[in-house]
Design a protein around this ligand. Structure first.
Ligand code: 5AD
Ligand code: SF4
Length: 482
């Protein structure tokens, strides 16, 4: 389960700090950057942009902060415990800074944006604070620190999409990669700090997205995940490729364009919003075999009253209608969710409604959270965080148990069947096994076989499963797809 939490999530923060290093670092005489990322896939993708900006300044990445000249921590604010983890880590970097006073320590991302200059006051060992839209300014900010000043840039932008920056792929497997297609969020879910830390929603120019996807494919990547806080509201207006006419591109159209790069390039995307996901998007998924049958569609709560308090702008019935549309248009599509336990004023009956909607949908996977009040959000200003901690915990445990039951049921449907998977590499548990995901995003583990390597598609016969993984053996070998 943990594995999925760590690797699947676009929009959530639970990934613990991972040091990101270029797989084959170019040897340079320059300085060394250590960057550690927390939170959603978007943050990890942002760190690749940061590495690219600093690479142009002669920085190479290192996986060991003891040998770094600059240490960045790309932070997450979504729940209080995410921030706590970052603070603990900063105190470790502080010890290193006492040993090596020249070390530059910078806080990037959502916590930087939320706390702004307070960070420099509270955490005396931090030299720079940089918000998610200010990464182009990093070289200048680093010089400022090297000149003996503290540096800060937390300006949010209405335009910045880093469209022209080619991310340096960090810690990748060379097979799957993320592509940011938009930034920010214009929804105002009352519990959520993201609109305050990542600013207004803006969509990236589709030509740069297509060029990035094509480039990845040319380099041997076989899967791209299009990232945004709310991909269904992707909308770009501008001149067409020949600059003859003004065109508009929506998410369904963007999906099609990326899918047409090659049938051998798999497309995933996250996160979808129930109020915005259209039938047009569903038909695009159904039309192209290489657009994966997997939708992350957070419900948050199964109660219409709670959804209204959350300002999610849909009801239980609306959500169910969207699920029915997915089941009708894309039979067999996997669906995952985010669910919050113990939101302000939630009654026991309303909690039961959440459990019952989970039964209705039969989620393939659910990310479950206990409500954590975030300063400045609508809920923090207007609603009492009145569900006692033990009640939140118990509700969360019930939701988690239900999620495990439905995951197991969904995985069991593959037992006795053959699934096509994209091999991602050796399994974490044994070098003798390979792993990869099927179309529905389920992790599949099977014994390695000669000639089957990362980046190939193989058919695997599934003979058993756990609640998180399918296990099987290679059935029919599909020749490597180039
Ligand atoms: N408390 C608990 N969970 C939250 N999320 C966002 N904000 C909060 C919060 N204040 C969850 C939502 C969202 C996911 C990324 O994190 O479920 O979809
Ligand atoms: Fe937060 Fe809602 Fe935007 Fe997701 S859609 S980032 S939960 S405000």
């Amino acid at each position: 389960m943990i594995d999925l939490q760590l690797t699947d999530k676009t929009h959530d923060e639970e990934r613990q700090g991972e040091a990101l290093v270029i797989d084959a670092p170019e040897v340079r005489n320059g300085r060394k950057l250590y960057i550690e990322s927390y939170g959603c896939q978007m943050n990890f993708a942002d760190s690749e942009i940061v590495a690219s900006i600093l690479k142009d300044q002669g920085f190479e990445t290192t996986g060991d902060y003891h040998e770094a000249d600059v240490v960045f921590i790309n932070t997450c604010s979504i729940r209080e415990n995410a921030e706590q983890r970052v603070r603990n880590r900063l105190s470790q970097f502080g010890a290193e800074k006492r040993r090596n006073p020249k070390l530059v320590v910078g806080v990037l991302g959502c916590m930087a944006e939320r706390l702004k200059s307070k960070f420099l006051e509270e955490e005396k060992l931090v030299d720079m604070v940089v918000g998610p839209d200010a990464y182009r300014d990093l070289p200048q900010l680093i010089s400022q620190v090297e000149d003996g000043h503290k540096a800060i840039n937390v300006l949010l932008s209405r335009e910045e999409t880093y469209a022209d920056i080619s991310p340096v792929r960090l810690n990748g497997n060379g097979i799957t990669a993320f592509i940011s297609i938009m930034r920010g969020c214009d929804n105002m879910c009352s519990f959520c700090v993201v609109p305050f830390t990542r600013g207004r929603e803006r969509s990236r120019d589709p030509y740069s997205i297509l060029a990035e996807a094509q480039d990845l494919f040319d380099k041997g990547y076989k899967e791209v995940t299009l990232l945004g806080q709310n991909v269904d509201s992707y909308k770009w207006k501008g001149a067409d490729a020949e600059e003859h006419a003004e065109i508009e591109v929506n998410f369904a159209q963007l999906l099609e364009k990326v899918a047409l790069i090659s049938p051998d390039l798999r497309i995933r995307f996250s996160t979808s919003h129930p109020k915005d996901i259209t039938d047009e998007v569903l038909y695009a998924i159904a039309k192209y075999d290489n657009i994966c049958n997997y939708i992350h569609l957070p419900v948050q709560s199964g109660s219409s009253r709670v959804l209204e308090l959350m300002n999610r702008t849909y009801t239980r019935e609306w959500y169910i209608n969207r699920i029915d549309a997915i089941r009708r248009i894309i039979p067999g599509c996997a669906i995952s969710s985010d669910i919050i336990a113990g939101f302000c004023t939630e009654t026991e009956e309303e909690h039961q409604e959440t459990l019952s909607i989970m039964d209705y949908v039969g989620y393939d996977f659910a990310f479950t959270f206990s409500y954590s009040e975030r300063p400045g959000t609508l809920a923090a200003r207007k609603l009492a965080d009145d569900i006692p901690e033990p009640v939140k915990k118990r509700r969360l445990a019930e939701i988690l148990l239900k999620a495990q039951e439905t995951s197991l049921m969904r995985l069991q449907q593959f037992v006795g069947k053959t699934v096509r998977i994209l091999v991602e590499g050796t399994s974490k548990k044994s070098d003798l096994d390979l792993c990869g995901r099927n179309d529905q995003n389920a992790m599949v583990v099977f014994p390695a076989a000669p000639g089957v390597k990362a980046g190939t598609y193989v058919n695997v016969y599934i003979d058993r499963c756990t609640s998180a993984t399918l296990l099987g053996t290679i059935a029919v070998e599909v020749p490597e797809i180039v």
